[in-house]
Design a protein around this ligand. Structure first.
Ligand code: TRP
Ligand code: SF4
Length: 340
């Protein structure tokens, strides 16, 4: 993607729930996109710890534990706090007030029909998600977006419905509380669709913590190597002399991300003719993943040694975010006739 020069009033907002170590799926699916965006737009990136609480309220420890790890991972991949504002949702309680005010005008049916509401309840059967907070998840997300008057929200397909809800809520708000001059208090954001990450997991399914098929961004090299060396290949290649089909092999999906055209040709020919063995075939992938993550590991290590500095810069990010959030909230209060 090439960065496009845009005017300064374009704002990007995105959040991530802290639910454990970030992995290559997050890097290829989300963070690489943030890296591009941060140089072209005014960006706000935040840790959605309240959102994590809507599903993990019974065991919130993981949230606190993952929070700083996630921030370190962001910095390690190159998210730059001198251009993007990085902050933690719960440190800007203005989100909660806007959520409450928006809840007054949001029909329950709008929330019940967001697809993720029923889907997640079905998928996460072990959690009791019949809560008020979980139903309100997408509206809290709307408050996150609207409080920064974000113009674009980078999201995957699964989150498009949440941005759509945000637009409907903004429209309803603007209609109910129009300022006399016809100006809108809450601009409608657009979804900036991140094309689905092609990052496969070690088993060929989408890389995801719940499938146990991940490589963490800062995983030790020995562990990265072992995971790749032992990952499954085309089951038809029982013996070294059996020809295989890269189309049936998760290693090939890694080559599509990490290898040059020449290497890919070598894999296609070598696999189909049994000219190369699977260990040989994996070697360039192992080298590429280790090379990609080497910088992440060193940077993460050095940030870990300067936690005071990291905490400070998040402190500053929270203050900057809060200032913007307060401005919007003041206008919202006025529009609704609440004068403090
Ligand atoms: N719901 C998002 C997710 O699960 C996280 C999130 C919370 C978010 N608030 C947001 C993303 C606002 C974009 C904008 O990934
Ligand atoms: Fe997979 Fe490569 Fe082995 Fe073919 S040679 S089965 S592509 S690992």
């Amino acid at each position: 993607m090439s960065p496009i020069a845009v005017s300064n009033n374009q704002r990007i907002l995105s959040g991530m729930r802290p639910t454990g170590a970030l992995h290559l799926g997050h890097y290829h699916g989300v963070l690489k996109n943030w890296l591009h965006l941060q140089h072209s737009y005014r960006c706000f990136f935040f840790v959605a710890d309240w959102h994590a609480l809507t599903t993990h309220y019974e065991d919130p420890r993981l949230i606190g534990e993952s929070l700083w790890d996630m921030i370190i991972d962001w910095l390690a991949v190159g998210i730059d706090p001198s251009v993007a504002t990085l902050f933690i949702q719960s440190r800007v309680p203005e989100h909660a007030e806007l959520h409450l005010l928006l809840s007054m005008i949001t029909p329950i049916s709008w929330l019940e029909r967001v697809p993720s509401y029923k889907d997640q309840q079905e998928r996460l059967k072990s959690l009791d998600l019949a809560t008020y907070g979980f139903l309100g998840y997408p509206l809290l997300q709307s408050a996150d977006i609207l409080i920064y008057r974000a113009t674009q929200v980078p999201v995957g397909d699964d989150q498009v419905a949440h941005v759509e809800l945000t637009r409907e809520v903004a429209r309803r708000f603007n209609r109910l509380y129009a300022k006399g001059d016809g100006a809108f208090v809450l601009p409608e954001p657009a979804a900036l669709l991140t094309h689905a990450s092609k990052m496969p997991g070690l088993d060929g399914q989408k890389m995801s913590k719940s499938y146990g098929n991940t490589i963490a961004l800062c995983e030790p090299p020995a562990s990265v190597e072992k995971k790749l060396r032992t990952m499954p290949t085309d089951p038809a290649r029982v013996r070294r002399s059996d020809p295989g089909d890269p189309g049936k092999c998760p290693v090939w999906q890694f080559h599509q991300i990490y290898s040059t055209e020449d290497t890919r040709t070598w894999v296609q020919q070598g696999c189909r003719t049994a000219g190369i063995g699977c260990i040989e075939c994996k070697k360039p992938v192992i080298d590429a993943v280790l090379a990609e993550t080497a910088l992440f590991r060193t940077r993460a290590q050095s940030y870990r040694e300067q936690m005071g500095w990291v905490r400070n810069l998040i402190e500053e990010g929270c203050a900057t975010a809060q200032q913007v959030a307060r401005e919007t909230l003041n206008e919202v209060r006025q529009a609704m006739g609440i004068h403090g």
